[in-house]
Design a protein around this ligand. Structure first.
Ligand code: ATP
Ligand code: MG
Length: 330
């Protein structure tokens, strides 16, 4: 069964058309990630799904029911915001139980759900502490716990890890993946972070300027991008784009992933090295090819330095081609 279906959803704020004809499906138990540049409409889309904003047109269907006119609290959704928005005057237990008390759930149910969520999130020791007495990561877990105890059909996460440092992000990312497995719930997760999108998603929705550019599994999008925008958005370092005219081949744009470039004395690209990133396991060589910047990701360690001239090659079948409108030709 489909957990969520959006059909031609539009949202305008006055004159500003923010969401444009968005149609997509989230299957039951699926982990769907929304990515896209700042301002493309990711948070607005989550808020429309949650019912915090009304759609201007189109249908929102949750679990087989049209919910356009259903208030947020009756949609079976829990949302975790970027700013955790914990109540400072309530301790962890109070923050986790507030919504259940408002729903007038029986005391035994509340206790059991809090016990189970705090076990899952390693919060058992902290139930009596106030938010100001917790670390950023612990506060984030309380915000997630507050969502879990409501036993929603669908979780919405809006950049939940963006306030955490790199190490904590990685731990919490793994916790979220485990949580998804344990709860078997449907989740929609908004992020700017490449690694989060690629590693957490069953399905990625790439948004740009309020429109869906492409939907697919991480590897489908990486290996088979529909257009230059998706090709350039997923992958780090991102895909290189070069005019075919550089190679006397035509008038389209060539796309070559950094890992598909290699050092080759008779390679077609004559490059001057402008910067080298030595990462230990890999070496990123940033070079200039006739005024175009190109990044090659070489496996292992290389004695390459700035200012050096070198030649780069690639296997023709690894190259993508895009027309002047950015549509994929090959
Ligand atoms: N209440 C509002 N009134 C007018 N414009 C709004 C309103 N809320 C959002 N917008 C506009 O809608 C667009 C999308 O905003 P949204 O917050 O959904 O972007 P986002 O993709 O979540 O960006 P970010 O990655 O920076 O969080 C922006 O141009 C924003 O200025
Ligand atoms: Mg946002």
């Amino acid at each position: 069964m489909t957990a969520l279906t959006l059909t031609n959803v539009n949202k305008s704020f006055g004159e500003v058309h923010v969401l444009k004809d968005i149609s997509l499906e989230v299957e039951e138990g699926e982990f769907v990630v929304f990515v896209g540049p700042s301002g493309c409409g990711k948070s607005t889309l989550l808020r429309v799904i949650a019912g915090l904003e009304d759609a201007s047109s189109g249908e929102i269907n949750i679990d087989g029911q049209t919910v356009n006119l259903v208030p947020p609290s009756k949609r079976g959704i829990a949302m975790v915001f970027q700013s955790y928005a914990l109540y400072p005057h309530l301790n962890v237990r109070g923050n986790m139980t507030l919504a259940l008390k408002q729903e007038k759930q029986p005391k035994a149910v509340i206790e059991e759900r809090v016990a189970s969520a705090s076990r899952m999130l390693n919060l058992e020791e902290y139930l009596d502490r106030y938010p100001s007495e917790l670390s950023g990561g612990q506060r984030q877990r309380v915000a997630i716990g507050r969502a879990i105890v409501r036993e929603p059909k669908l979780f919405l996460f809006d950049e939940p890890l963006s306030n955490l440092d790199a190490a904590l992000r990685m731990n919490t990312r793994i916790e979220i993946a485990n949580l998804h497995r344990a709860l078997d719930a449907s989740m929609i997760y908004v992020t700017h972070d490449q690694t989060e999108a690629m590693t957490l998603a069953d399905k990625i929705v790439v948004l740009r300027d309020g429109r869906v550019e492409q939907i697919g599994s991480p590897m489908e999008l990486y290996n088979n991008p529909a257009n230059q925008f998706v090709a350039g958005f997923l992958g780090s370092p991102s895909m290189n784009f070069l005019p075919e005219s550089l190679l006397d081949q035509g008038s389209d744009t060539l796309g070559i992933r950094p890992e598909d470039l290699f050092l080759s004395d008779d390679g077609p690209l004559s490059a001057q090295v402008s910067h080298v990133e030595k990462l230990g396991g890999d070496t990123n060589v940033i070079a200039t090819v006739q005024n175009h910047s190109v990044t090659a990701r070489l496996f292992g360690q290389h004695a390459i330095s700035e200012g050096q001239d070198l030649r780069l090659g690639f296997a023709p079948e690894k190259a993508y081609r895009f027309n002047a409108d950015g549509q994929r030709l090959r």
